[in-house]
Design a protein around this ligand. Structure first.
Ligand code: TYD
Length: 127
């Protein structure tokens, strides 16, 4: 998890994300995840090479992280914290609150060939 400095003043708050500063990679793509159905599990994949930083802008959700050896679940509930997702980490997002918005910064463009969408294939590749 990366903690971001909160800026702003008495009128309101602001967080700045800067590639090479508090975002530890050059950002090439930004996308956001929203409108998730209650009970849905999203993600459910790993990446061969992609690095990402996930920030929950609004609401809450949980993220299961699995590097092939150990699993850990983290709760994203603050827009002042980012979850760094390294390559070869299987991740599943679940328990989305109503109105949850996840912002994701990535170090490359969308490329389906970088995805591992089969868990057994991920386990085999992570050995
Ligand atoms: P998917 O990986 O299934 O996301 P989730 O598990 O969070 O629902 O992606 C949903 C669709 O969006 C799929 O057709 C691929 C497409 N997509 C893009 O076109 N560009 C992107 O940057 C991403 C992340 C997904």
């Amino acid at each position: 998890m990366i903690d971001f400095d909160e800026r702003g003043d008495h009128l309101g708050m602001l967080v700045a994300l800067e590639a090479g500063r508090n975002v530890p990679f050059p950002v090439k793509r930004v996308y956001y995840i929203y409108g998730t159905l209650a009970g849905a599990r999203r993600g459910r994949h790993a990446h061969h090479k992609l690095r990402q930083l996930m920030v929950c802008l609004s609401g809450t959700c949980k993220v299961l992280l699995d590097d092939g050896r150990a699993q850990e679940t983290v709760t994203l509930s603050r827009n002042t914290q980012g979850l760094l997702l390294d390559p070869m980490v299987w991740h599943e997002m679940f328990e989305f609150s109503k109105g949850c918005v996840l912002l994701v910064l990535a170090d490359d463009w969308y490329d389906e060939s970088d995805y591992i969408r089969n868990y057994d294939a991920f386990k085999a590749a992570s050995r």
